[in-house]
Write a protein that binds this ligand. Structure first.
Ligand SMILES: Cc1cc2nc3c(=O)[nH]c(=O)nc-3n(C[C@H](O)[C@H](O)[C@H](O)COP(=O)(O)OP(=O)(O)OC[C@H]3O[C@@H](n4cnc5c(N)ncnc54)[C@H](O)[C@@H]3O)c2cc1C
Length: 393
């Protein structure tokens, strides 16, 4: 791919920059982290504004309501989005980044016609119901069962770690439809309407004091058969399409914001130099290395996005992107804590940055090497699917 931007790309950049300047300021600051109804309203209202400005689903095909923009303009969009400090994708993450793309790749015409416009307009929020108490890394051992009765699957079981399920309308649900088949062969991918009778959602509190995740209990929930995505018992293949989007392209927006986080580190280090002298000066080399690593990761992400555009879904290279992204974001968060020093346990402002926010970001960064498949699992996938090494015992 040619990494240089054309004059049309630059014209598009100017258009987005002008729109973002006004729109970001007008949208105001995000609500308190523990006010989930307000967070949902804030995130979906922003998505609606993007939609109305023709900036929703810029990578999605035009046939499905997206802009179908070329890869170079998708990248320009992400760069400008981060530059403007536009609101985080938030509750729209699953719908826009992997449920929508999975429906585009694997859904029926009726499913696409119903769900895709709603996702793009910020009218429906999705969550993911893959993991279970006994099925995380070994996802294929999931036990939530679905029995076909008439025109519905009757689903009973439990999901865990479902991010933002307490504010979701729909769920990407993996169920076992054939208990006798080999474990990868008896799984089906369903669209679960979270308002159906028998669905109970219980938020869980995490180390940073928030409730990002939920347990989802399913008690004889009747999911209409037309909500199945792909064939019965072919859900493992469909789930892998979802996971390839989740690991390969979904983090692009997060990755580009690492640039501004490294710049913030540099500025913080300068602000702290007067007080902490050489100790902070020594961090300069580390910040320089992080800056170079973020640029290298952004090039890898560009490769992954362009591959996805060519072939319809990201390749196993996505595992390498996800692994590097999660480790870099932890390094950046940890260095920020070191640079701030002791005030990190208080709540003061240094160089326009609140120190309790630095502490919160550090705690939150710990999840990065677990979410969307742990680092160990990504390394296994890289060994097997990119390097062609044999499976370990
Ligand atoms: C922030 C966050 C958001 C999440 N959101 C969702 C969501 O929305 N929906 C959802 O379904 N799930 C979600 N998850 C769950 C996530 O996918 C699982 O936590 C993850 O896959 C690991 O599973 P586990 O927690 O059961 O750990 P386990 O699978 O029990 O792993 C425990 C440890 O053993 C290691 N391990 C396990 N198997 C192997 C192996 N074969 N080789 C080497 N090491 C191994 C792991 O790397 C890990 O260190 C989320 C998790 C986080 C942290």
């Amino acid at each position: 791919m040619d990494l240089r931007y054309s004059s049309e790309d630059e014209a598009f950049r100017a258009e987005i920059r002008a729109w973002m300047e006004g729109a970001v300021a007008a949208h105001g600051t995000s609500p308190p982290l523990d006010d989930w109804p307000a967070r949902r309203a804030y995130d979906t209202a922003w998505q609606r504004k993007l939609h109305d400005a023709g900036l929703a689903g810029i990578a999605w095909p035009r046939a499905y309501g997206g802009r179908g923009l070329p890869i170079s303009q998708q990248l320009v969009y992400l760069e400008e989005y981060a530059r403007a400090g536009a609101p985080y994708i938030g509750v729209n993450f699953v719908g826009l980044m992997h449920a929508g793309p999975t429906l585009i790749a694997e859904g029926s015409d009726a499913q696409r016609a119903f769900h895709l416009p709603r996702i793009l307009a910020g009218e429906s929020v999705w969550c993911q119901g893959f993991s279970e108490p006994q099925a995380g890394s070994d996802l294929a051992s999931l036990r939530t069962r679905a029995e076909r009765r008439g025109d519905a699957y009757v689903v009973t079981g439990q999901k865990i770690w479902s991010t933002r399920a307490h504010v979701a309308d729909y769920c990407e649900l993996l169920v076992r439809t054939d208990a006798d088949a080999p474990k990868h062969g008896g799984i089906t991918w369903l669209i679960l309407d979270m308002r159906l009778p028998g669905v109970t959602v219980r938020p869980m509190r995490t180390i940073d004091g928030e409730s990002h995740f939920c347990e989802v209990f399913l008690d004889e929930v009747r999911v209409p058969i037309e909500n199945r995505v792909g064939a019965e018992n072919d859900g493992w293949r469909v789930a892998n399409v979802t996971l390839r989007f989740e690991r390969g392209t979904a983090f692009a927006q997060h990755i580009i914001t690492l640039r501004s986080q490294v710049r913030r580190l540099a500025s913080l280090a300068k602000a702290r130099r007067g007080e902490r002298g050489a100790a902070v000066d020594d961090r300069r080399r580390r910040i320089g290395r992080l800056d170079a690593s973020v640029e290298a990761l952004w090039r890898m992400t560009q490769m992954c996005i362009s591959e996805a555009e060519r072939t319809g879904a990201p390749s196993p290279l996505g595992s390498a992107v996800k692994l590097r992204y999660s480790e870099l974001s932890q390094e950046i968060a940890e260095l920020a804590v070191r640079i701030v020093g002791r005030p990190v346990i208080g709540a003061v402002e240094i160089d326009g940055v609140r120190t309790d926010e630095v502490a919160r970001e550090y705690l939150w960064s710990l999840q990065a090497t677990i979410a969307a498949g742990t680092s160990q699992i990504q390394r296994n996938l890289i060994a097997q699917r990119i390097l062609g090494m044999p499976k370990g015992r």
